[in-house]
Design a protein around this ligand. Structure first.
Ligand code: G3P
Ligand code: CA
Length: 327
């Protein structure tokens, strides 16, 4: 594996400190030293890519309080799960731009609610522009790490994501192997298709349970075997595993990093968060779920296990832990 420093990927921006997937969240992440900012991507009705973790925007915007969109509330089945809410594919970009973001986790991140109602939903184009201008003003690379969310579902409703994503990267001059870009997906076949259309580095996401929504592989468990990892290496540059596939909550390192490196794959686990609620019991401080525990120690465990980067909601702590380890 390369001898470069592990990369700090700002998960949904500095989402521990600002409402996720807003330019304010990405900007703070860059100020804190993140190497990459992560937009999750979904489609609008008019075929634009916007940054949201899911196409149901009920939880992370003020859409529910907007009388003009009352009749857009609906129920849909996406990747086999039923959701009720408002969906990006039922809105034009112009309509989505009238909405404002809200904190997803107000019980755990109460301070962030003071920003509710302030920030727009950004487009991928705006996220790229932000990364580019920050790279110039800060004199260092700032990359993007976009994730295609529900690609099979969006293709099924006539809004395929991949061609649009590549067009945006091409327009930015970033549709090339050395671009500061990784494209990630929990699905398999859209990454395989992308691997034939672009040299941009691709990352296969892996979870502890279940399998890819496109059913291209029977389970994530099969994909993390040495044979499964060799198959991923045919189309991807790396894997993005759930952190507990790398280091167990009791601190025991798993063989995944060594197996992935043997297959030629980089390893970027997710997601490192400061709140006790998300930390292993031994790294919590106090009993308040919203209190902050020893996040940097958790990240250090993964760095010691040999990861090549990691996703965190708290890029400041990510940079601190990474730089301490790299010294
Ligand atoms: O993309 C890495 C990590 O973000 C995957 O989980 O659900 O936060 O997109 P999610
Ligand atoms: Ca993601």
């Amino acid at each position: 594996m390369p001898a470069t420093k592990p990369i700090v990927i700002a998960h949904r921006g500095a989402s521990g400190e600002r409402p996720e997937h807003t330019l304010a969240s990405y900007t703070l992440a860059i100020e804190q030293g993140a190497d990459f900012i992560e937009p999750d991507l979904v489609m609008t009705r008019d075929g634009e890519l916007v940054a949201r973790h899911e196409n149901n925007i009920a939880e992370t915007t003020d859409v529910g309080s907007r009388a003009e969109f009352k009749d857009r509330k609906t129920t849909k089945t996406i990747d086999g799960v039923k959701y009720t809410g408002w969906f990006t594919e039922d809105f034009t970009l112009a309509e989505l731009k009238t909405l404002r973001a809200r904190e997803r986790l107000p019980m755990l991140r109460r301070d962030n609610t003071k920003y509710d109602g302030q920030f727009e939903i950004p487009t991928l184009r705006e996220v790229i522009a932000l990364a580019k201008s920050a790279a110039v003003s800060r004199g260092r690379p700032v990359g993007i790490y976009p994730e295609t969310k529900h690609p099979t579902y969006f293709a099924s409703i006539g809004l395929p994501m991949e061609a649009k994503l590549l067009a945006e990267l091409q327009a930015a001059g970033w549709d090339r192997a050395d671009a500061p870009v990784f494209i990630q997906s929990f699905e398999v076949d859209n990454l395989k298709a992308l691997s034939k259309q672009t040299k941009v580095r691709l990352i296969q996401l892996l979870d502890t349970d279940g399998g890819p929504a496109d059913k291209a592989q029977p389970s994530y468990a099969a994909m993390i075997t040495p044979e499964g990892l060799k198959a991923i290496a045919v189309y991807a540059a790396g894997i993005g595993p759930n952190k507990s596939l790398v280091v167990k909550n009791d601190g025991t390192a798993m063989p995944l990093v060594a197996d992935a490196h043997a297959a030629g794959l980089a390893v970027h686990p997710w997601t490192f968060r400061a709140e006790n609620f998300f930390l292993p019991a031994s790294l919590r401080s106090g009993i308040n779920p919203a209190g902050h525990g020893r996040l940097e120690e958790e990240i250090s465990r993964h760095l010691a296990a040999g990861v090549d980067g990691f996703f965190t909601d708290y890029p400041y702590h990510g940079v601190q832990a990474r730089d301490r380890q790299s010294r």
